[in-house]
Design a protein around this ligand. Structure first.
Ligand code: UT7
Length: 325
């Protein structure tokens, strides 16, 4: 059976840093509240020239460079995003154009914070069929354009950025071992965002209050911890592995308290999780590939290490993937 492996990583973040102290001047909040409830200290905010596809392209270039590949070597581009700068064509097609990846086909996945992991899971199926393919999987978001900056319940939590990986057929003993994706659309109203208002009178939504993220934070929190733990246990059981055999967990970065509760539930030290939520906040689909790139470039993912990725987000969507690096 052909396995898929991640051959390179890349990430890109906007220049502008928004601190909790900056937010104190914008809304009724405090550094103390944000830090204690979420672990977040700063987040990046995209400006002109840092639209979703531009961040995605920049992350992709770094991944191409690490892989020693050119854009024409790519066969497929998939972008997990819910915040592309235009509705059509896909963000992936804009990335393809900017890279000059003339041999690739390109499309987006809308699975909210799980978008990157869903993309990786899909790429694995293509690689199983043809291990010679080079597939670019990206998570990229511009959430700062979709939070209500008057809503302190949400605006302090999110940030912008992009991460990318290139996957191809694995060398023996390496690659993706197991993975399982889940959804439960019945819970969609706990975390959702309106589509952009239409100017077409036939399809305009009356009383449209903007395409902002809306969230029942406490419910999302509880469900996320349970779902992440169950997904992780599921993929470990698939392979008969114990959690102690996992070297590094790179989780979706939404809230330090979610990650602490997850570590408690799995009975593992928090140090097993790679965490950067304090720097970037919740970057939705971008959070796992940004963290993966940081961990990779920091030398934490040496060959042979067992790496576990897990995501949870709007839909609800969630999942876990297990790789031997
Ligand atoms: O990627 C997946 C998507 N999202 C998540 O994973 C987020 C999951 N949820 C969470 O992370 C947490 O529920 C939050 C960080 C969103 C909120 O933490 P919480 O401990 O659940 O707080 P809460 O929503 O129960 O609010 C407690 C209080 C409220 O005041 P009252 O009603 O008790 O007087 C809020 O109005 O904190 C207030 N509050 C704030 N205060 C200062 C809410 N936001 C803020 C704020 N600054 N930014």
């Amino acid at each position: 059976m052909n396995r898929m492996m991640i051959i390179s990583t890349g990430s890109a973040l906007p220049e502008r840093v928004l601190t909790n102290f900056d937010l104190e001047k914008m809304i009724e909040t405090s550094d103390e509240w944000i830090t204690s409830r979420s672990g977040i200290k700063t987040r990046r905010i995209a400006g002109k020239g840092e639209e979703t596809s531009k961040l995605a392209t920049s992350a992709a270039r770094k991944a191409l460079e690490m892989a020693g590949l050119g854009p024409e070597d790519l066969d497929m581009i998939v972008v997990g995003t819910i915040t592309s700068e235009i509705a059509m064509p896909s963000c992936a097609c804009l990335v393809q154009k900017d890279l000059g990846a003339v041999n690739a086909f390109a499309f987006d996945i809308n699975s909210a914070c799980s978008g990157f992991l869903y993309g990786l899971d899909l790429a694995e199926k293509y690689i199983k069929a043809n291990p010679d393919l080079n597939i670019l999987v990206i998570g990229a978001e511009n959430l700062s354009a979709h939070v209500n900056w008057q809503d302190r319940n949400t605006c302090v939590l999110f940030g912008d950025g992009a991460g990318a990986v290139i996957v191809s057929g694995a060398t023996p003993g390496r690659g993706m071992i197991a993975g399982k994706m889940f959804s439960d659309g019945r819970l969609h109203e706990l975390l959702w965002m309106n589509s952009a208002p239409s100017l077409n009178p036939a399809t305009a939504i009356p009383d449209h209050d903007g395409s902002y993220i809306k969230m029942a934070g406490r419910d999302v929190f509880k469900y996320a911890v349970r779902a992440l733990a169950e997904a992780i246990t599921y993929v470990l059981n698939q392979e008969g592995l114990d959690i102690d055999e996992v070297d590094v967990i790179v989780p979706h970065q939404a809230n330090i308290r979610i990650l602490k509760s997850l570590a408690d539930r799995l009975n593992i030290p928090l140090e097993k999780l790679y965490i950067n939520v304090y720097k970037y906040g919740n970057t939705s689909a971008a959070s796992i590939p940004i963290a993966l790139d940081e961990a990779n470039r920091a030398g934490l993912l040496q060959e042979g290490k067992i790496v576990l990725l897990c995501a949870f987000g709007g839909g609800f969507t969630w999942g876990a993937s297990l790789l031997r690096w």
